[in-house]
Design a protein around this ligand. Structure first.
Ligand code: FES
Length: 88
């Protein structure tokens, strides 16, 4: 593998082409924006090797959320349907 085969560190990886639907308690969550976390859809610190930062999600009440896993949503951290235009 050459250096040109390495994924860019300023572009997110597609973790999945399907969103994650969760019911979350009130609190602060960090959504993985780089696509490299092993604890999707949340940050595990792997972004440190990239130029991408996680997105803070603050919930004041228990809510069902649909979180983006393709990492290309226009309304991060939420799914906006962009994944439907991606190859499976
Ligand atoms: S999973 Fe990214 S827009 Fe739906």
């Amino acid at each position: 593998m050459t250096d040109t085969d390495q994924p860019s560190t300023d572009q997110p990886l597609v973790a999945s082409c399907q969103p994650t639907v969760l019911t979350l308690e009130p609190g602060i969550y960090w959504w993985c924006a780089c696509g490299r976390s092993k604890t999707q859809p949340f940050c595990d610190g792997t972004h440190e090797v990239t130029d991408i930062k996680p997105v803070k999600l603050r919930l004041k009440e228990t809510r069902e959320v649909t979180l983006c896993n393709c990492k290309h949503s226009g309304s991060k951290p939420y799914c906006d349907g962009t994944h439907q235009r991606m190859s499976q």
